[in-house]
Design a protein around this ligand. Structure first.
Ligand code: CMP
Length: 225
Protein backbone atom coordinates (compact mmCIF):
# COMPACT_ATOMS: atom_id res chain seq x y z
CA UNK A 1 0.00 0.00 0.00
CA UNK A 2 2.92 2.31 0.79
CA UNK A 3 4.24 1.72 -2.67
CA UNK A 4 0.81 2.45 -4.08
CA UNK A 5 0.62 5.82 -2.35
CA UNK A 6 4.30 6.67 -2.83
CA UNK A 7 4.96 9.92 -4.66
CA UNK A 8 4.98 9.33 -8.42
CA UNK A 9 3.30 5.90 -8.13
CA UNK A 10 0.17 7.41 -9.76
CA UNK A 11 2.31 8.56 -12.68
CA UNK A 12 3.87 5.09 -13.05
CA UNK A 13 0.49 3.38 -12.89
CA UNK A 14 -0.85 5.82 -15.48
CA UNK A 15 2.06 5.03 -17.82
CA UNK A 16 1.69 1.26 -17.41
CA UNK A 17 -2.06 1.62 -18.04
CA UNK A 18 -1.31 3.61 -21.19
CA UNK A 19 0.99 0.82 -22.40
CA UNK A 20 -1.81 -1.74 -21.90
CA UNK A 21 -4.33 0.51 -23.71
CA UNK A 22 -1.88 0.92 -26.57
CA UNK A 23 -1.16 -2.82 -26.70
CA UNK A 24 -4.90 -3.60 -26.72
CA UNK A 25 -5.30 -1.94 -30.12
CA UNK A 26 -2.57 -4.14 -31.59
CA UNK A 27 -4.87 -7.19 -31.29
CA UNK A 28 -7.35 -7.93 -34.02
CA UNK A 29 -8.83 -10.60 -31.74
CA UNK A 30 -11.64 -8.84 -29.88
CA UNK A 31 -11.32 -10.99 -26.72
CA UNK A 32 -7.63 -10.09 -26.22
CA UNK A 33 -8.41 -6.46 -27.01
CA UNK A 34 -11.01 -6.40 -24.26
CA UNK A 35 -8.78 -8.28 -21.77
CA UNK A 36 -6.04 -5.69 -22.23
CA UNK A 37 -8.53 -2.84 -21.91
CA UNK A 38 -9.81 -4.40 -18.68
CA UNK A 39 -6.25 -4.50 -17.27
CA UNK A 40 -5.65 -0.93 -18.47
CA UNK A 41 -8.90 0.26 -16.84
CA UNK A 42 -7.90 -1.33 -13.53
CA UNK A 43 -4.52 0.41 -13.66
CA UNK A 44 -6.17 3.73 -14.57
CA UNK A 45 -8.50 3.31 -11.58
CA UNK A 46 -5.49 2.79 -9.29
CA UNK A 47 -3.70 5.72 -10.92
CA UNK A 48 -6.80 7.87 -10.51
CA UNK A 49 -7.10 6.96 -6.81
CA UNK A 50 -3.39 7.51 -6.26
CA UNK A 51 -3.44 10.88 -8.03
CA UNK A 52 -6.70 11.88 -6.38
CA UNK A 53 -8.44 12.15 -9.77
CA UNK A 54 -11.93 10.87 -9.02
CA UNK A 55 -13.27 11.32 -12.55
CA UNK A 56 -10.40 9.26 -13.97
CA UNK A 57 -11.12 6.45 -11.53
CA UNK A 58 -14.89 6.72 -12.08
CA UNK A 59 -14.82 6.67 -15.89
CA UNK A 60 -12.40 3.78 -15.92
CA UNK A 61 -14.61 1.84 -13.54
CA UNK A 62 -17.34 2.24 -16.19
CA UNK A 63 -14.96 1.06 -18.99
CA UNK A 64 -13.92 -1.85 -16.78
CA UNK A 65 -17.54 -2.95 -16.31
CA UNK A 66 -18.46 -2.65 -20.00
CA UNK A 67 -15.40 -4.53 -21.20
CA UNK A 68 -15.78 -7.20 -18.49
CA UNK A 69 -19.39 -7.75 -19.56
CA UNK A 70 -18.46 -8.15 -23.25
CA UNK A 71 -15.44 -10.36 -22.52
CA UNK A 72 -17.69 -12.51 -20.31
CA UNK A 73 -20.23 -12.81 -23.14
CA UNK A 74 -17.51 -13.84 -25.62
CA UNK A 75 -16.29 -16.55 -23.25
CA UNK A 76 -19.87 -17.62 -22.54
CA UNK A 77 -20.57 -18.03 -26.28
CA UNK A 78 -17.35 -20.00 -26.75
CA UNK A 79 -18.14 -22.37 -23.91
CA UNK A 80 -19.34 -25.84 -24.83
CA UNK A 81 -22.93 -26.91 -24.20
CA UNK A 82 -24.41 -30.40 -24.20
CA UNK A 83 -26.23 -31.12 -27.44
CA UNK A 84 -29.33 -33.31 -27.56
CA UNK A 85 -28.58 -36.77 -29.03
CA UNK A 86 -30.53 -36.16 -32.25
CA UNK A 87 -28.23 -33.30 -33.30
CA UNK A 88 -24.87 -34.39 -31.82
CA UNK A 89 -23.84 -36.42 -34.89
CA UNK A 90 -24.98 -33.73 -37.32
CA UNK A 91 -22.94 -31.13 -35.44
CA UNK A 92 -19.78 -33.28 -35.63
CA UNK A 93 -20.32 -34.04 -39.29
CA UNK A 94 -20.91 -30.58 -40.69
CA UNK A 95 -21.28 -27.77 -38.16
CA UNK A 96 -18.06 -27.69 -36.15
CA UNK A 97 -17.17 -24.25 -37.55
CA UNK A 98 -19.91 -23.01 -35.18
CA UNK A 99 -19.55 -23.38 -31.42
CA UNK A 100 -21.94 -25.88 -29.84
CA UNK A 101 -23.80 -22.95 -28.27
CA UNK A 102 -24.18 -21.15 -31.61
CA UNK A 103 -25.29 -24.38 -33.29
CA UNK A 104 -27.87 -25.15 -30.60
CA UNK A 105 -29.26 -21.64 -30.80
CA UNK A 106 -29.51 -21.72 -34.59
CA UNK A 107 -31.04 -25.16 -34.78
CA UNK A 108 -33.66 -24.21 -32.22
CA UNK A 109 -34.73 -21.06 -34.08
CA UNK A 110 -38.09 -22.77 -34.71
CA UNK A 111 -39.74 -25.87 -33.24
CA UNK A 112 -38.94 -28.94 -35.35
CA UNK A 113 -41.39 -30.08 -38.07
CA UNK A 114 -42.40 -33.75 -38.25
CA UNK A 115 -43.56 -35.60 -41.38
CA UNK A 116 -45.03 -39.07 -41.87
CA UNK A 117 -43.97 -41.50 -44.60
CA UNK A 118 -45.43 -40.29 -47.91
CA UNK A 119 -45.82 -36.62 -46.86
CA UNK A 120 -44.72 -34.06 -49.40
CA UNK A 121 -42.10 -31.69 -48.02
CA UNK A 122 -41.40 -29.60 -51.13
CA UNK A 123 -43.18 -29.19 -54.45
CA UNK A 124 -41.30 -28.75 -57.71
CA UNK A 125 -41.84 -25.35 -59.34
CA UNK A 126 -43.25 -23.77 -56.19
CA UNK A 127 -41.84 -20.76 -54.41
CA UNK A 128 -40.24 -21.86 -51.18
CA UNK A 129 -39.82 -19.86 -48.06
CA UNK A 130 -38.09 -22.44 -45.91
CA UNK A 131 -34.74 -24.11 -45.71
CA UNK A 132 -34.82 -27.50 -43.96
CA UNK A 133 -32.17 -29.56 -42.25
CA UNK A 134 -33.03 -33.22 -42.04
CA UNK A 135 -32.47 -34.34 -38.45
CA UNK A 136 -33.79 -37.87 -38.79
CA UNK A 137 -35.47 -40.08 -41.36
CA UNK A 138 -35.03 -40.32 -45.12
CA UNK A 139 -36.50 -38.40 -48.02
CA UNK A 140 -36.86 -39.01 -51.71
CA UNK A 141 -36.20 -36.35 -54.33
CA UNK A 142 -38.52 -36.83 -57.28
CA UNK A 143 -38.44 -35.11 -60.65
CA UNK A 144 -40.36 -36.17 -63.79
CA UNK A 145 -41.77 -39.12 -61.80
CA UNK A 146 -38.28 -40.50 -61.14
CA UNK A 147 -36.31 -40.65 -57.92
CA UNK A 148 -33.24 -38.59 -58.69
CA UNK A 149 -31.74 -38.66 -55.21
CA UNK A 150 -32.40 -39.51 -51.61
CA UNK A 151 -31.56 -37.25 -48.73
CA UNK A 152 -30.50 -38.56 -45.33
CA UNK A 153 -30.03 -36.94 -41.94
CA UNK A 154 -27.58 -34.07 -41.82
CA UNK A 155 -28.46 -32.89 -45.34
CA UNK A 156 -30.33 -29.73 -46.22
CA UNK A 157 -33.56 -29.67 -48.22
CA UNK A 158 -34.50 -26.56 -50.16
CA UNK A 159 -30.98 -25.14 -50.20
CA UNK A 160 -31.03 -24.85 -54.00
CA UNK A 161 -34.00 -22.49 -54.12
CA UNK A 162 -32.67 -20.65 -51.08
CA UNK A 163 -29.29 -20.01 -52.74
CA UNK A 164 -30.60 -19.39 -56.25
CA UNK A 165 -33.78 -17.49 -55.25
CA UNK A 166 -35.66 -19.72 -57.68
CA UNK A 167 -38.54 -22.15 -57.27
CA UNK A 168 -38.01 -25.68 -55.92
CA UNK A 169 -36.16 -27.86 -58.43
CA UNK A 170 -37.91 -31.11 -57.45
CA UNK A 171 -40.56 -32.70 -55.25
CA UNK A 172 -39.33 -34.03 -51.93
CA UNK A 173 -41.24 -36.76 -50.07
CA UNK A 174 -40.70 -38.31 -46.66
CA UNK A 175 -39.80 -42.01 -47.03
CA UNK A 176 -40.35 -42.70 -43.36
CA UNK A 177 -40.89 -40.65 -40.20
CA UNK A 178 -38.93 -37.46 -40.77
CA UNK A 179 -37.94 -34.67 -38.42
CA UNK A 180 -36.52 -31.42 -39.71
CA UNK A 181 -35.22 -28.19 -38.29
CA UNK A 182 -36.13 -25.27 -40.50
CA UNK A 183 -35.52 -21.59 -41.09
CA UNK A 184 -37.69 -19.19 -43.03
CA UNK A 185 -35.82 -16.87 -45.37
CA UNK A 186 -36.84 -14.12 -42.92
CA UNK A 187 -35.10 -16.01 -40.06
CA UNK A 188 -31.90 -16.16 -42.10
CA UNK A 189 -32.16 -12.52 -43.12
CA UNK A 190 -32.48 -11.63 -39.41
CA UNK A 191 -29.43 -13.79 -38.60
CA UNK A 192 -27.47 -11.99 -41.34
CA UNK A 193 -28.39 -8.60 -39.84
CA UNK A 194 -27.70 -9.70 -36.27
CA UNK A 195 -24.56 -11.77 -36.65
CA UNK A 196 -22.88 -11.70 -40.06
CA UNK A 197 -20.04 -13.95 -38.84
CA UNK A 198 -22.38 -16.79 -37.86
CA UNK A 199 -24.48 -16.21 -40.99
CA UNK A 200 -21.39 -16.56 -43.23
CA UNK A 201 -20.36 -19.75 -41.45
CA UNK A 202 -23.88 -21.08 -41.95
CA UNK A 203 -23.81 -20.20 -45.68
CA UNK A 204 -20.47 -22.01 -46.05
CA UNK A 205 -22.04 -25.11 -44.49
CA UNK A 206 -24.97 -24.87 -46.94
CA UNK A 207 -22.45 -24.46 -49.79
CA UNK A 208 -20.58 -27.60 -48.66
CA UNK A 209 -23.87 -29.51 -48.62
CA UNK A 210 -24.46 -28.50 -52.24
CA UNK A 211 -20.97 -29.64 -53.24
CA UNK A 212 -21.54 -32.97 -51.47
CA UNK A 213 -24.79 -33.48 -53.43
CA UNK A 214 -23.12 -32.53 -56.71
CA UNK A 215 -20.33 -35.07 -56.09
CA UNK A 216 -22.91 -37.78 -55.32
CA UNK A 217 -24.69 -36.90 -58.56
CA UNK A 218 -21.41 -37.09 -60.51
CA UNK A 219 -20.70 -40.54 -59.07
CA UNK A 220 -24.17 -41.68 -60.12
CA UNK A 221 -23.65 -40.39 -63.65
CA UNK A 222 -20.24 -42.10 -63.88
CA UNK A 223 -21.71 -45.37 -62.57
CA UNK A 224 -24.54 -45.27 -65.10
CA UNK A 225 -22.22 -44.75 -68.11
N1 CMP B 1 -29.67 -34.14 -57.32
C1 CMP B 1 -30.04 -33.86 -56.07
N2 CMP B 1 -29.41 -34.41 -55.02
C2 CMP B 1 -29.80 -34.14 -53.75
N3 CMP B 1 -30.80 -33.32 -53.45
C3 CMP B 1 -31.46 -32.73 -54.45
C4 CMP B 1 -31.12 -32.95 -55.81
N4 CMP B 1 -31.95 -32.24 -56.58
C5 CMP B 1 -32.77 -31.58 -55.75
N5 CMP B 1 -32.50 -31.88 -54.47
C6 CMP B 1 -33.15 -31.40 -53.22
O1 CMP B 1 -34.53 -31.23 -53.51
C7 CMP B 1 -34.85 -29.89 -53.21
C8 CMP B 1 -35.98 -29.30 -54.00
O2 CMP B 1 -36.08 -27.92 -53.66
P1 CMP B 1 -34.78 -26.99 -53.90
O3 CMP B 1 -34.51 -26.92 -55.35
O4 CMP B 1 -34.95 -25.75 -53.15
O5 CMP B 1 -33.63 -27.82 -53.19
C9 CMP B 1 -33.55 -29.16 -53.57
C10 CMP B 1 -32.57 -30.03 -52.86
O6 CMP B 1 -32.62 -29.86 -51.47
Amino acid sequence: MDLFFAPDSGEYLYSIAAVFSFAAYVFSNILWLRVFLIIAALLYILAGVSLGLTSMAGWNAAYFLINSYHAGMILFNKSTVMLPDEIKGIYKEAFTTLTTREFKKIIMTNPYHAYKAGDKIMSEGQDTNELFLLLSGNTSVISSNKEIASIASGDFIGEMSFMSKQTASADVFAKDAVIVAYWTHEDLYKLEQKNIKIYNKFLTIVGRDLVKKLKRKNHKVIESV
